[in-house]
Design a protein. Sequence first.
Length: 198
Amino acid sequence: MLYTQTAFSQAIFLMFENLDSWLKENYQNLPHHAVKVYLFGGCAMHLHTGTRTSNDVDAQLQSISILQPIHTIEKAIQSVDFDDESGLPRSLDWDGGFNLSIAPIDPDYEERAILIHTTKSNLVDLYLVSAVDIAVSKLGRLESVDRTDIKTLYQQGLFTEEEFIQATTEATKYCAVAPDKLEFNVELAINFLREESR
């Protein structure tokens, strides 16, 4: 089950519907699926579990060559104002500082991601990164919120301990995080997942 119908999820989709409109206005004859958005962070957590939200969108963008460099697109992504599930006003911003180079991630994460939304003009595809890849991406920092996120994904049965270990093994080959720190964080995460299983 994915949480795609909540007010927060709809705000995520609206952000990229607005980007779709901007692309249509500023470029002629763009092919369908010109931009791919891979959702990480709090947005991915919400879509997977419905447990929390975020004030910004952490995502990896990919685009066809005519839309390069990628910051050309990022500058066009506008904040979205919306009312949350409680009716309170919220704002969702684009996080231009998100960088996969500081997170351990297997490059094959794209193959495991799920297409969850295509914009009206078919110019932008939104992909939800798999739960296990989201969990592994949090090992670079492994702060309190990261630990909670990993535990929540695991508790909801979205990956197994074996899948987590396999994914961390692949991801550590491609990470800029100091190897000793990353190894420590991996061991710590595996230990607290095992505690959850008892």
